[in-house]
Design a protein around this ligand. Structure first.
Ligand code: FCB
Length: 446
């Protein structure tokens, strides 16, 4: 049992969470900049204005990535850094930053995997209605064109949207993420539909303008349900749950992935949401379901399901500092169920844990919990591969500690520890462990 030979061993981060440089070199505001300006939205009123100062320190950061031996780095682009107003005028210095970052990565033999949208929506477009505006898919296509024209001679791997479940669910329904809306369900579904159209248009743009053969996917949340045991009956119960729409929210796999991959909204959701559905125009679903090359899934945990289809919660569970349960088989069942339904090779675009890391008295950052977490999750992934599921890559979240949205800097997910005051970086024990794992192509993951 081994990992495939050219398995992509990577780590990920996103623009707003690490770059800082809020207004440097002509960058426009993003909705996360303005959301953080509101009191009490973020833990201790933290914000991403400086974050890891990656905008200025990217060369050092790439060096550290090379030291860890990453084969790939999943980054995202800040839309308002490149197009300060979201459309129209390009900010050459902003675009240049990504140009240099990509060069630096390639110089260090690290393959850039680019996500077009990891939530830092241009404030100026938000003021024009954001994802509720019917023009928003075209705005996104314009932005995608700019990026693809500039980077596709060197960038092969693309993801359109990161976790639509979260930027719609947390941003438009719960109000906990930017833009902070607690909208009615009609607006939620409208924004979601526009984001799906934006995805489709961006895929078209990548295909049309790429200067080399592109490999394209998205990075939705993998909402995972796991059977209690391996009986055929319980497996089917978990599978059914994984692909159902049961609540008045978008926290499920199908609402986004079915249109993207299968070209239709799920029937149960359509029935349940009937009254609130936006107008679906002829051609919308065809546009949304552009052929994809892989199914990206961000998977941190899963829920066990009992015989009656209910979530089973054990008492005294293992959990991370985010309060997320540690359930390694999520990395077996998630990829397996997703592959069996969508028939696309799977890439785990995010997996990892927040831990209470600090610099120990010996000057090092010992994070055995993280090492164990990644080890046991990779073990499950390896099992899925052994069972014939084509999993082609794994991206650990995150390459470095960063601004964890509403939790600010309270949560540390990185392989690299960041001292935010001095901006000094330190490799945690897990970084050395991951390096060894990559060198051995996961041989010691048992
Ligand atoms: C995911 C996000 C990522 C990070 C991790 C912990 O939902 O995509 O930006 O916050 O969770």
């Amino acid at each position: 049992m081994t990992f495939p030979e050219n398995f992509t061993w990577g780590a990920a981060a996103s623009s707003y969470q690490i770059e800082g440089a809020k207004l440097d070199d002509g960058k426009g505001l993003s909705i996360w900049d303005t959301f953080c300006e509101q009191p009490e939205k973020i833990w201790e009123n933290n914000n991403g204005s400086t974050a890891c100062n990656h905008y200025h320190l990217f060369r050092d950061d790439v060096k550290l990535m090379a030291e860890i031996g990453l084969k790939a780095y999943r980054l995202s682009i800040s839309w308002p850094r490149v197009l300060p107003k979201g459309t129209g005028q390009i900010n050459p210095k902003g675009l240049d930053f990504y140009d240099k970052l990509v060069d630096e990565l390639l110089k260090n033999n690290i393959e850039p995997w680019v996500t077009l949208f990891h939530w830092d929506y241009p404030y100026e477009l938000f003021a024009r209605g954001g994802w509720l505006n019917p023009d928003s898919p075209d705005w996104f296509a314009e932005y995608a064109n700019v990026i693809v024209n500039k980077l596709s001679d060197r960038v092969k791997h693309w993801m359109t949207l990161n976790e639509p479940q979260v930027f719609i669910g947390m941003g438009h329904q719960k109000g906990l993420h930017a833009p902070g809306y607690k909208s009615g369900f009609r607006d939620i579904l409208l924004a979601a539909h526009h984001s799906l159209l934006a995805h489709g248009k961006a895929v078209q743009s990548i295909r049309a303008l790429s200067k080399q053969k592109s490999i394209v996917g998205a990075a939705p949340v993998g909402v995972v349900f796991m059977p209690q045991d391996n009986t055929a009956q319980n497996i089917e119960i978990a599978r059914k749950k994984m692909f159902s729409v049961e609540n008045f929210d978008v926290w499920n796999n199908c609402w986004f992935a079915d249109p993207m991959v299968l070209g239709e909204y799920p029937k149960d959701g359509l029935k349940m949401f009937e009254e609130f559905m936006p107008e679906i125009k002829t051609g919308d679903l065809k546009l949304i379901s552009q052929p994809l090359d892989f199914y990206g899934a961000n998977i941190y945990m899963g829920s066990y399901i009992d015989e009656s289809g209910k979530i089973e919660l054990d008492q005294g569970p293992a959990y991370t500092t985010m309060g997320w349960r540690i359930t390694p088989p999520a990395l077996y069942w998630g990829p397996r169920f997703l592959y069996e339904r969508y028939k696309l090779p799977v890439v785990v675009t995010e997996n990892g844990m927040a831990n209470c890391d600090w610099i120990h008295s010996d000057g090092k950052i010992h994070d055995p919990q993280r090492i164990d977490y990644v080890n046991v999750h990779l073990h499950q992934l390896k099992k899925a591969i052994a069972d014939g599921i084509p999993v082609t890559g794994y991206f650990l979240w995150s390459v470095m500690d960063n601004f964890e949205w509403e939790h600010g800097y309270k949560q540390r997910f990185g392989l690299i520890y960041v001292d935010y005051k001095t901006q000094k970086r330190y490799l945690k024990d897990s970084a050395y462990w991951y390096k060894k794992t990559i060198i051995e192509n996961g041989k010691s993951i048992l």
